[in-house]
Design a protein around this ligand. Structure first.
Ligand code: FRU
Length: 496
């Protein structure tokens, strides 16, 4: 393809050389991580020409955030990823300060269309420098992309009076049933509160502002980033990642969060009616998720497995930083969003170790139950009818010095994840608590470990807690603890 800019050419050369500095075992085995340097949000998650494409916010030259490129990888099962050359570089006047988050779809003519936010810093009359954010396009063949000649395609001229030109980002596109296109974009209203804007297009290139789809009204954080909007199990779901959250009960935590609004959408009138909202992940490291509709109809979500406020929690010797979560299949049951690991993960399972009806109290170590790449299924319940245990806990990534723990108190139905003893030397968040459903102390857990992370699916995905951890890989013990009498079934598989 013509028009590979000098900047893109250089970064492609750089990433090819520098990825060799990372040994395979220094990366997660089946989670996508930065090819080199820094990764944040998933972008352009799509199915195109028989493969899943994942682009990502990328600063290859350093393991910290910087001017944003789009990294690129493809996969056939969403678990084994192959890196492709970086797709976008900040090389045009309208995106010279970053190619921010966006999305991708296949066009009728066979091209792949990327829509992203171009960032340009400009000096204003008051002498101060402001960031302007606009929406831009690039088309390509799954490998090389050419920026559209009439970029930006949506800019301040398209916005109503009072809407922010500085916080206007992260377009998520989709093709409607009638063959036309729509996209949702994060923005702020005049009072600084987040809002999600809806735009439509007949061809994907010329865009029309429709309306404010949802207003935050300063309920959940301030700016709403990275929206996604889709139909699932008879309802419409709006996902967004608010900045600057205040906590509320056990549902929402301080800082950056992710939430979904579940409701109805009148497609004729473009009216969304919110019925319920909830957090998407109750752990520490989850942000900016994007979903895809798989060819077989499953709605699958991948998020950035990180928290903006804890980016100093890292392994100093690794030259990459930033991983994606597992792909998670979404469903709605009783008005609630459920997530389960993509079923293809089961193909990676090997060496099962099973225990049924283990009765114990105090400490317990089970032969063969260990590992840092593992799929662990647990069912716990009181061993005596009517006499509930007081606490159940397990420690993983454990050795004499370090561990991460998951504990459950049936008395208040609270699960706590705690990585305080995982080897961290930073004064940052290490614990999160989550209120779960448990009848008489019964709890079902599925825990997926992949070297630098743990994703915990409670009660078949009713709640999910995700954390990263950088404990030395030699710490691979798993131990159980009960205060009171517990009866437990365990199955552990190694994961390739
Ligand atoms: C979310 C985010 C997006 C933005 C990108 C920049 O994590 O702040 O809103 O497009 O990261 O890298």
């Amino acid at each position: 393809m013509d028009e590979i800019s000098q900047r893109l050419h250089e970064v492609r050369k750089y990433e090819e050389i520098s990825e060799n500095r990372v040994a395979d075992e220094e990366r997660p085995a089946f989670h996508l991580s930065a090819r080199t340097g820094w990764m944040n949000d998933p972008n352009g998650f799509s199915f195109y020409h028989g493969k899943y494409h994942m682009f990502y916010q990328y600063h290859p030259y350093d393991s910290h955030w910087g001017p944003m490129y789009w990294g690129h990888a493809v996969s056939e099962d969403l678990l084994h990823w192959e890196y492709l050359p970086a797709a976008l570089a900040p090389d045009k006047p309208y995106d010279k300060d970053g190619c921010f988050s966006g999305s991708a779809i296949a066009l009728a003519d066979g091209c792949q269309l990327l829509m992203y936010t171009g960032v340009e810093k400009k000096e204003q009359e008051d002498g101060r420098i402001y960031e302007f954010q606009t929406q831009c396009l690039a088309t390509g063949d799954g490998l090389d992309y050419k920026k559209y000649k009439d970029n930006p395609v949506i800019d301040e001229k398209d916005l109503p009076e009072g809407f922010s030109r500085h916080d206007f980002r992260d377009p998520k596109l989709w093709k409607k049933e009638d063959g036309t296109y729509a996209c949702v974009i994060g923005n702020r209203s005049a009072d600084g509160s987040g809002q999600i804007l809806l735009f439509t297009s007949s061809d994907g290139f010329s865009w029309k502002y429709e309306k404010v789809l949802v207003e935050n009204k300063n309920r959940y954080g301030k700016m709403w980033e990275c929206p996604d909007f889709f139909f699932l199990d008879g309802q419409w779901v709006l996902i967004t990642s608010p900045q600057d959250m205040l906590p509320s009960d056990f549902e929402y935590h301080n800082g950056n969060g992710t939430l979904c609004l579940i409701g109805d959408f009148d497609e004729e009138k473009n009216v969304f009616t919110e019925q319920k909202n909830q957090s998407i992940d109750y752990g520490i490291d989850f942000y900016a998720p994007q979903t895809i509709l798989m060819p077989d109809g499953r709605r699958v979500m991948i998020g950035w497995m990180q928290n903006w406020d804890t980016c100093d929690f890292r392994a100093q010797h690794l030259t990459w930083f930033g991983q994606m979560t597992l792909p998670r299949e979404l469903s709605i049951k009783n008005g609630r969003l459920y997530q389960t690991p993509i079923k293809e993960l089961e193909k990676l399972r090997h060496s099962p170790v099973k225990y049924k009806d283990v009765f114990f109290s105090g400490d317990l170590c089970l032969e063969g139950i260990n590992g840092r790449r593992a799929d662990l299924e647990l069912i716990i319940r009181p061993s005596e009818k009517g006499v509930c245990y007081r606490k159940f806990a397990l420690r993983f990534a454990q050795n004499d010095e370090f561990w991460t723990s998951l504990s459950f108190h049936p008395g208040d139905s609270i699960i706590k994840i705690d990585r305080k003893f995982s080897g961290s030397r930073r004064a940052i968040i290490h614990q999160r608590r989550c209120l779960v459903n448990s009848e008489g102390g019964k709890l079902k857990l599925r825990i997926i470990l992949d070297r630098f992370s743990a994703e915990i699916f409670v009660n078949d995905g009713e709640h999910v807690l995700t954390i990263t951890l950088y404990t030395d890989q030699a710490a691979e013990g798993i131990r159980f603890f009960a205060d009171g009498n517990v009866q437990m079934d365990v199955i552990k598989y190694g994961l390739a």
